[in-house]
Design a protein around this ligand. Structure first.
Ligand SMILES: [Zn+2]
Ligand SMILES: [Zn+2]
Length: 199
């Protein structure tokens, strides 16, 4: 029996990314290539199928590029396989739970200038970058670093534990996100990390 090829071509991923993101842009192409590079470095051949329970992805920016990453990896926020750390950096870390290793792939700042050099005939930086990011070698687009990521059991999909109620607001708290002060259990919001105040 011939095994079906599970990774798609960049062109096929572009169609899926445009659907998921609402438009095709340089960020989609960069994000797809970033994720494909991460999968290749980790040796994962079927991230949305056979290998799907092995993979956790961290993203570091809430921009176009981030939407393209789950298209390749299948890692989604609601499945706890996509983690957002708001560092404002075009980078993602791909963690292989089975092999206990992780690689961080970050976009090189020089890639934009390279895109201008490669395609001066194309008007508009987005279209220029789209063309360039399709063809540039990975080492011109990205820097990589093998890293260690500490993932406690409470970070992983499928984690189950009691859900204590916050002593102040009464809301239930999952995944050990509670803050314990003496004998008082608080949610992070009530403990001072809130991003909102009563209107
Ligand atoms: Zn976009
Ligand atoms: Zn609370």
């Amino acid at each position: 029996m011939v095994e079906e090829k599970s990774m798609k071509s960049l062109a096929e991923y572009e169609v899926l990314a445009a659907q998921a993101h609402g438009h095709l842009c340089a960020g989609q192409i960069l994000g797809l290539r970033m994720a494909l590079y991460g999968m290749r470095l980790l040796g994962l051949e079927d991230p949305v199928g056979r290998d799907r329970k092995r993979l956790i992805t961290f993203v570091e920016i809430d921009r176009c590029v981030t939407d393209a990453i789950p298209v390749v990896t299948g890692c989604r926020l609601g499945k706890r396989a996509l983690k957002f750390r708001d560092f404002g950096k075009v980078a993602a870390t791909f963690c292989d739970l089975q092999e206990a290793r992780a690689v961080r792939v970050s976009a090189r700042e020089s890639a934009r200038a390279r895109a201008r050099e490669l395609h001066p005939e194309i008007e508009g930086s987005n279209r220029q970058q789209m063309a360039a990011y399709r063809e540039m070698p990975e080492q011109d687009l990205f820097d990589i670093a093998w890293v260690r990521v500490n993932l406690g059991p409470e970070e992983l999909p499928g984690y189950r534990a009691p859900r204590p109620a916050c002593a102040q607001c009464g809301e239930a708290i999952s995944f050990r996100r509670e803050v314990v002060r003496g004998d008082v259990t608080l949610c992070r919001s009530c403990a001072g990390e809130s991003y909102y105040s009563p209107a």
